[in-house]
Design a binder for this molecule. Structure first.
Ligand SMILES: *Cc1c(COP(=O)(O)O)cnc(C)c1O
Length: 834
């Protein structure tokens, strides 16, 4: 171990029992000044946003620290059952505003800063987003942690401390350019290194049999290349309850012995190389959202997370419960966030059988009583599979264990369906073929006692399609847990104006009980309340227009309809359909068809995976259409189109409060849930969407009159695909013809003929899985209904109020209560008194 700090001394209790810090202005002021001048050691000339932010963040962090310790102490004392949430992604965003909100010190902090002529919002901008995730899946993990801390549930997040997070997106000449996100460069106030809990993770080597002292045959994994996993803890504060949970992020570093051996042998290059190799593991987040990535380094990341986290849990278990492994499943649950950490199933078997020497059946009982798996997508390209040869080289012992799990599992299938070889082939953990592959989703299902989807439709489609064989075998494992978002970040913090207005009328109980927003329904037609609701939206639109001006150099008028689609760029999410609608509006303006026009500002934002050529081409089309439309004097204020670069958590905090219309237009059956849809709804934007994912449940809460629904549903999509003729849709629809003519005639690419041919090809191909042209007419009509509704402010405002009022179901507080009721079964544990 690099630094062994495990040997603690017997110390005087007063060394660790400090009286709690005061939360008032003068105490915060004193700490702020002390950090700036003494800890950071800065002078007049260093009064930059960065150092002032850092000083403030330390003053706030101190107040979390004592609550954090008190929470840990309570969990220890109760030896409480815990859930470990294993995820390759945690898209946390910024921490300062959230910490101040949850500690209820935003106002005193604002006052302190005012004494020095500083604006809180400006200092807060100095904090870099913690972008350790791609999109929805990673942000969901972050919302879950927030809700668990607020519900005082003992839930610990385990993830990776990537040196480089999600890339920064720039738009240069209309194209996406990726810049590395070295987010740790200026230091990270919110983490606490815990070298005393360093773990060792094995790779490579080979396995050999031996007999233990009782003469039993056992296996050991030898000749491995080891990497150290050093944990860094990040505090996760609950709202107003003194609870602070932890997110533990592992950082990879080389073992000392490695380096020493090579140095002693005089091979300095090799010594540095092995160090370099080890540190590569947590160097960078893979920027692929919902698509498989067959790279060896990715498998290393997955195993590194699983092994380090499970060893950490076993370490704690040994300390608290000795080697009583019967209690392991009683005291721990592991929630697998998609298949990414599913190698944990095999790794826990290895740790129990090889290292703790349990027999197989007993170990398997523990594993299958403690693992639970969440599926996030039906897209076949996202189903993780790893070549057997890669496992053989990288994780030989894990492959043997997977083979053994598979043999026993297929035995069970054979007993249930004798002679059904087709079924055996489909359900095997190993996919046969030229390159045999390990099916990670199957490993997760076989090893888990619970398998859930993330919205009603998605969970149903899983049991009917992808997981049907497993559903027939174990129907009791399958369940639904509809996603949510935390209203602390996504309403209370990001929309202070609306929060104040709401709390003025119904109190602030909604911050921890979102269902209370229902009380707003009685105000939906109140003229005075409506006026104030519109004033808030208008101010938020001005704030968003400033962002658009600063980051995209475009002018949005807050009087126009703000029509917004922000999310990862993916064909199934159909930013292309949105773009076709803008082209259609442009064509209407050009032919003078502008009676009863609703001025509209269309904002599209999102990152494309660097290797996803189609997604990048869609960005080019959007920026090309924008260039033409925004410069055309015939268009004027009727229409604007902007691609907002570098969509991320902190920009969404400005976007969703300023939105009028929320575009959720995926091909039905493809968006597992969506969570952006929920953030918009909560902030009073009205959804224009397909019958897909959680849109369905949003629509259920609202009724058709408060939601612009359009397009094919999942069943119609399946039926249409069987005999899809895009050309027929073009021939039947003059509006679509006009759009295709502009596109095919090269209006958006006059200097690069053929540039958009791949997009035109995809749209007009009978094989187009996204059925974009099949939904065009319905989409344009729904947009016209939305535009008409917007021209009637009383009607629109009523819809907006009802959207917020009925968003209660989409709080992750509800989601976490359901996970806890059905899967985790944890008791809430309040912290020790401060
Ligand atoms: C909420 C969120 C997402 C998920 O958006 P969807 O519309 O559900 O795909 C992605 N990225 C960021 C930054 C988010 O805040």
């Amino acid at each position: 171990m690099t630094r062994n700090r495990a040997n603690t001394l017997t110390v005087h209790p007063e060394l660790t029992d400090l009286p709690p810090l005061a939360m008032d202005e003068s105490a915060i002021d004193a700490d702020f000044l002390r950090y700036f001048n003494r800890t950071l050691g800065r002078d007049k000339q260093h009064c930059t946003d960065h150092y002032l932010y850092e000083a403030l963040a330390y003053a706030v962090r101190d107040r979390l620290m004592e609550r954090w310790k008190a929470t840990r102490a309570a969990y220890e004392k109760r030896n409480a059952r815990r859930t470990c949430y294993l995820s390759l992604e945690f898209l946390m965003g910024r921490a300062l505003g959230n910490a101040m909100l949850n500690l209820d010190i935003t106002e005193p902090v604002r006052q302190v800063l005012q004494r020095y002529g500083l604006a809180l919002e400006e200092l807060a901008e100095a904090e870099h987003d913690a972008g350790l995730g791609n999109g929805g899946l990673g942000r969901l993990a972050a919302c879950f942690l927030d809700s668990c801390a607020t519900l005082q549930l003992p839930v610990l997040g385990y993830g990776l401390r990537y040196e480089y997070g999600m890339f920064r997106q720039e738009i240069v000449d209309g194209r996406q350019v990726e810049e590395p996100d070295h987010w740790l460069r200026d230091g990270h106030v919110w983490e606490l290194e815990r070298p005393e809990y360093t773990q060792r993770v094995h790779f490579g080597g080979r396995t050999e049999f031996y007999r233990d002292e009782k003469g039993r045959q056992r296996v050991r994994w030898v000749g491995t290349h080891d990497v150290l996993a050093v944990p860094y803890d990040v505090p996760v504060p609950g709202y107003g309850n003194d609870s602070v949970n932890s997110l533990r992020l592992w950082s990879a570093t080389s073992t000392d012995e490695f380096d020493l051996d090579d140095f002693n042998a005089g091979d300095y290059d090799l010594a540095v190389e092995s160090k370099y190799d080890a540190e590569h593991i947590t160097m960078v987040l893979y920027p692929n959202d919902a698509s498989e990535n067959g790279k060896e380094l990715r498998l290393r990341q997955q195993y590194f997370l699983a092994s380090a986290s499970l060893k950490d849990v076993l370490r704690r278990h040994l300390r608290l419960n000795g080697n009583d492994y019967e209690q392991l499943a009683g005291r721990n649950c592991f929630q697998l966030n998609d298949t990414h950490p599913s190698i944990a199933v095999a790794e826990l078997m290895r740790l129990l059988v090889d290292e703790q020497r349990l027999d197989w059946d007993r170990a398997w009982g523990i594993v299958t009583r403690s693992m639970a798996y969440t599926n996030h997508t039906l897209l076949p390209e996202a189903l993780e599979k790893w070549p057997v040869y890669l496992f053989e080289r990288l994780l030989p012992r894990l492959l043997e264990i997977i083979y053994e799990i598979n043999a026993r599992f297929l035995g069970e299938v054979e007993r249930r369906w004798p002679g059904d070889t087709d079924r055996l082939r489909r359900m095997s953990l190993i996919e046969e073929g030229e390159t045999p592959m390990v099916r990670m989703a199957w490993l997760a299902i076989v090893g888990s006692f619970s398998v859930n989807g993330v919205a009603g439709l998605h969970s149903r489609l899983l049991t009917q399609g992808l997981f049907r064989d497993f559903f027939e075998l174990w129907p009791e494992k399958f369940n639904n847990k509809t996603n949510g978002v935390t209203q602390r970040r996504w309403l209370a913090m990001c929309n202070p104006r609306l929060s104040r207005l709401i709390s003025e009328h119904i109190g602030d109980g909604w911050v921890t009980d979102l269902a209370q927003l229902r009380q707003l329904e009685t105000l939906a037609d109140d003229a005075d309340f409506q006026r104030r609701w519109r004033e808030v939206k208008q101010a938020n639109k001005q704030r968003l227009a400033a962002l658009v001006r600063d980051e995209a150099g475009a002018v949005f008028s807050p009087d126009a309809l703000f029509d917004i689609q922000v999310k990862r760029i993916h064909e199934y999410k159909r930013q292309l359909l949105n773009c076709l609608h803008v082209i259609h509006l442009y064509a209407r303006i050009k032919r003078g068809d502008t009676a009863d026009w609703t001025p509209r500002c269309v904002l599209i934002g999102g990152k494309a995976a660097p290797g996803y050529a189609m997604a990048k081409l869609i960005i080019r089309l959007i920026t090309s259409v924008a260039r033409l439309v925004n410069a055309d004097p015939d268009v004027g204020d009727r229409l604007k189109l902007v691609f907002l670069p570098n969509y991320r958590v902190s920009s969404m905090e400005l976007i969703c409060p300023g939105a009028d219309l929320s575009e959720q237009i995926s091909t039905a059956g493809k968006e597992a849930s969506g969570t952006g849809n929920m953030k918009f709804m909560m902030n009073g934007a009205i959804t224009l969407g397909t019958y897909d994912g959680a849109n369905i449940e949003i629509l259920e809460e609202l009724g058709e009159e408060n939601f612009f629904r359009f397009g094919l549903d999942a069943e119609a999509v399946a039926a249409t695909r069987a005999d899809y003729r895009p050309q027929a849709f073009i021939e039947a629809d003059p509006d679509l013809q006009a759009v295709m003519e502009l596109l095919q005639g090269g209006r958006f690419n006059p200097y690069e003929p053929g540039l958009f041919d791949p997009l035109i090809q995809a749209l007009t191909s009978p094989g187009d899985p996204w059925l974009t042209l099949a939904d065009f007419r319905a989409y344009v009509d729904a947009q016209a209904r939305a535009a008409a509704a917007y021209r009637d402010p009383a009607r629109w405002t009523r819809m907006s109020i009802l959207n917020t009022a009925r968003s209660g179901r989409f709080s992750t507080d509800r989601t976490m209560q359901e996970y806890n009721r059905d899967i985790w079964k944890l008791e809430a544990v309040p912290p020790e008194a401060l």
